[in-house]
Structure formats: structure tokens, C-alpha cells
Ligand binder design. Structure first.
Ligand code: FCB
Length: 472
């Protein structure tokens, strides 16, 4: 194993600023399990994953990585890797099971222990308020297509930051509103599994509003000084050819996937191309006076989630955007996503040039493979090391080009429940044997530890030396 890792390509860590944060990310429903414990109510993902045919193999997050009971072990792994920052999400369905009213004290207690555990280990938390697990009761009341849900979210956000903001200074409102709205309400591949484009457009606008209302309500709360951002999935969209119809098709995909969620918070408007696509589905009539001002309430940083490039061709048989896409390279992950590091550099440069000069964090990037243990019980994921080497290198190129990239959260710390794909694709630095809940640090985790140590030598947050925790 050691030979393999030392033969692997090493990062030029001098290219990253001293304060650069080396992190990893997870999300509550994907790892916690314990769906019936601690006063948690069902979320849309419980309902969806238990619907016949909704997920691959009928997989659910009922147990997942059992992180709810094993969080100390998992934080020890994060510590052992040397993570300086950890992005987690808190579960709305756990914290506010009724979707309104006071928070559930057992959930507050759980998350306070978890955040306290990070502090003890000198790891800086970035906490996402909405990583897709809305209480089912709110979906029954209309879900994201109903404007009221955005108001409910802002209340939940404020209560949560009031309860936990002394333990976490960095907060992310919403994770990937494109996925929640278009996968959840149009494609039907994510919870709640609806197939209604008008509902998806309404969901998209209300998720944008929810973000802005949450920023405002957090600022009025007990910890107004916390730093806040939103994490968007930003795809590098390119036309398959220089034919006019391919270029137009790529522009429509870019409008739907990127501009609809990037322009309102930073530029204060929906671009004409978004109106062209969605006014006939009610976008203009959904926008109430003051909405764009709310959505563009100032924030402190931008979360960039990035995975792959999309090569787009015109496709008149597609009734939605008249487009189809493929991946650029023969190299791809188990999900068929292209491995093309320059696309990360492209999106980082684009966000800073076209949308905002706020600091950027890569809040997610990573690769899935069908990892297996070898005869010695090791997981030698050379391809993931190659991916991380390439994508961290691309972040360094963006930094060299003047982009203020402050950190990178590898998706993911642990193998976990990959939404509609269930457990069939593994993104973790840590292998999970789901039968026994054994954790095995993959070669990529050991490689990552070496890169972090080479860059810093020292932890960047808290004082690990005084934490009483001895590295293994
Ligand atoms: C992103 C999600 C994250 C994970 C990765 C692979 O879209 O935010 O939860 O599933 O994809």
C-alpha cells in the first residue's frame, strides 16, 4: 500500500495558499441512518426511497452508514486523515419534525455533540441547512412549489443557527437547488418524484427565495456574525459543435442548470434566456415584488459543487430543452461522469469573472467507482487518487489565475447512500462494508493525508495538540 501511494502523483502543495482548507463532505440522509430515532419524522427521501422502483435495488437511507451511532468513529477518521474542515448537513426532518414550530431537543443535542466532537478534533465545520431532507409533512402541504415552504425554511434556518451557531461559523443554506427542483419535481428521479415542469420551475424560484429569506433571518438571529453561502452544482457546459443549433441547445442547458441559480443571488435577476424558457411555465408570475432583492441579500462565500462537463447537442426530440448531452472523455467514473479537471478550473474562473468576487469554496467534488477490498482487506482506489490529483491541480490553476479559492471538500468522507443510485456507487475516501459497518480508509484517504501534511504540517483550525486526541 505504502509503495503504491508513494508512486502515485503528488500535488504541488506550494500552489495553495497557507490558509487553504483541506476538507471532505457528507450529507445527513446519505450517512446518518436512525430514521426512526431521536424524534425524527419522515422526510421526502424516506417516502421516496420506500416507493417501489424509485431507487436502484430499492435501497433506502434507513441505516446508511449508521453515522448517527458511529459519528465518533467517523470523526476520528476525519481527524486521522488530517482534515481541516468538514462539511456536513443537519437534517430538517430531525431538527424540526413538524416542519414548523420549536426544534426537537434530541436533535439539537445530537448535533451539538457532533459539532463539539469536531471542535475537539480541531476540524472546522461547514454546516448545510438543506441537503434535500425536507419533512414529508411540508411536501404534503405543497413542497417547494408552494411559496410557504420558503418561509418555513427561513424559520427553521434561524432556529437552527440560533441553536448551533456558537459551534459553527460557516453555514450553507441550500445544497444544489437545481437538483431539488428539476430532479425532484420534473425528472422525478429524486424525492419527491414528481413529473411536472411547472412545479419544478416554481420549486426553483422558491428555493432561491428560501436561500435569501434564510440569509436575512439568520442575520436577525442570535449569531448574526456567522458566514453564509449557498452551494450550487455548477456544470461546465460546452456545445458539441460550432453549429448554431448545438450552441443554442448548450445555452439552454446552461440557463437551466447554472444561470437560473447563479444569476439571481449575485446579479439580482433572472437572465432573458431563463425567462424565455420558463415564463410560459409561470416564472414571471411567481416573482413577487422584492423577491430578487431578497434572493440577492449579500452573503459571505460561494459554494461550488462540481463533477463533470456536459457536451450538448441539439435534440428536437427532447420536449424540455431540445437538447441531449454526452460526456467528453473516454475516462469516466462508475456513474459515467467525465473526468476532465479543466472543467473545474473553468467553472471556478467563470463564477469569479461573471458573477461575484466573493471567496469560493469547492464544497463538493469527487468520483464514484466500484471499489472493492483486496485479499489483504485494502481498498486500492488508484483511479480516485488520479481524479483528486487532477481536480486539486485544476483548483490550483484557478488560484494561479487570481480566483479566490479558499478550500476544497472532497465528496465524500464516507461511501454512502447515493440518492436514486442507492449504494451501488462509492464516492468515499473511506470504504463502508454495509453488512458489518466496518470502515476502511482507502488508498485515496492515505494519499490525501500525505498531501494535507505536506501542505500544512499544522492544523489550521483550533488546537489539535491540546485536544487530547492522539493520531493513530
Ligand atoms: C451531488 C450531491 C451529493 C452527492 C454528489 C455525488 O449532487 O449534492 O449529495 O450525491 O452529488
Amino acid at each position: 500500500m505504502t509503495d503504491i501511494i508513494s508512486a502515485a502523483p503528488q500535488l504541488d502543495t506550494a500552489l495553495f495558499p497557507d490558509s487553504f482548507l483541506w476538507g471532505a463532505a457528507t450529507a445527513a440522509y446519505q450517512i446518518e441512518g436512525a430514521v426512526d430515532e431521536g424524534g425524527r419524522a419522515p422526510s421526502i427521501w424516506d417516502t421516496f426511497s420506500h416507493s417501489p422502483g424509485a431507487t436502484r435495488n430499492g435501497d433506502t437511507g434507513d441505516v446508511a452508514c449508521d453515522h448517527y451511532h458511529r459519528w465518533k468513529t467517523d470523526l476520528d477518521i476525519a481527524y486521522d486523515i488530517g482534515l481541516q474542515a468538514y462539511r456536513l448537513s443537519v437534517s430538517w426532518a430531525r431538527l424540526q419534525p413538524d416542519g414548523e414550530g420549536p426544534l426537537n431537543p434530541e436533535a439539537i443535542d445530537f448535533y451539538r455533540q457532533l459539532l463539539g466532537g469536531l471542535a475537539e478534533r480541531g476540524i472546522r465545520p461547514f454546516v448545510t441547512l438543506y441537503h434535500w431532507d425536507m419533512p414529508q409533512v411540508l411536501e404534503v402541504a405543497g413542497g417547494w412549489p408552494a411559496r410557504r415552504t420558503a418561509e418555513r425554511f427561513a424559520d427553521y434556518a434561524r432556529l437552527t443557527v440560533d441553536a448551533l451557531g456558537d459551534l459553527a461559523e460557516d453555514w450553507i443554506t441550500v445544497n444544489e437547488p437545481w437538483c431539488s427542483s428539476f430532479n425532484g419535481y420534473h425528472a422525478g428521479t429524486h424525492a419527491p418524484g414528481r413529473r411536472d415542469l411547472g412545479a419544478a420551475v416554481a420549486a426553483a424560484h422558491h428555493l432561491n427565495v428560501a436561500h435569501g429569506l434564510a440569509v436575512r433571518s439568520i442575520r436577525e438571529g442570535a449569531h448574526p456574525q456567522v458566514r453564509i453561502g449557498v452551494a450550487n452544482l455548477i456544470t461546465d457546459v460546452v456545445a458539441a459543435s460550432d453549429r448554431h443549433d448545438d450552441i443554442e441547445a448548450a445555452a439552454r442547458i446552461d440557463a437551466n442548470n447554472n444561470l437560473m441559480f447563479l444569476a439571481p443571488p449575485y446579479l439580482g435577476h433572472y437572465p432573458a434566456v431563463v425567462h424565455d424558457l420558463y415564463d410560459r411555465y409561470g416564472l414571471e408570475s411567481l416573482i413577487q415584488p422584492g423577491d430578487l432583492k431578497t434572493i440577492s441579500t449579500p452573503t459571505d462565500f460561494v459554494g461550488v459543487n462540481h463533477y463533470h462537463q456536459m457536451v450538448v447537442s441539439s435534440d428536437p426530440s427532447d420536449p424540455h430543452l431540445g437538447a441531449s448531452f454526452t460526456h467528453a472523455e473516454p475516462a469516466s467514473t462508475s456513474l459515467g461522469w467525465s473526468i476532465k479537471p479543466e472543467s473545474l478550473r473553468n467553472v471556478l474562473c467563470r463564477v469569479s469573472q461573471e458573477f461575484t468576487e466573493l471567496p469560493l469554496y469547492v464544497t463538493e467534488s469527487g468520483a464514484s467507482f466500484h471499489d472493492e477490498t483486496d485479499h489483504e482487506g485494502n481498498v486500492i482506489d488508484i483511479e480516485r487518487i488520479g481524479y483528486l490529483h487532477g481536480y486539486f491541480g485544476a483548483a490550483a490553476e484557478a488560484i494561479a489565475a487570481g480566483v479566490d479559492v479558499r478550500g476544497y471538500f472532497v465528496w465524500s468522507l464516507l461511501d454512502n447512500f447515493e440518492w436514486g443510485e442507492g449504494y451501488s456507487h462509492r464516492f468515499g475516501l473511506t470504504y463502508i462494508d454495509y453488512e458489518t459497518q466496518t470502515r476502511i480508509q482507502k488508498a485515496s484517504a492515505k494519499w490525501y493525508r500525505i498531501q494535507i501534511a505536506r501542505h500544512s504540517g499544522q492544523p489550521k483550525y483550533g488546537d489539535r495538540a491540546n485536544s487530547g486526541i492522539v493520531p493513530q
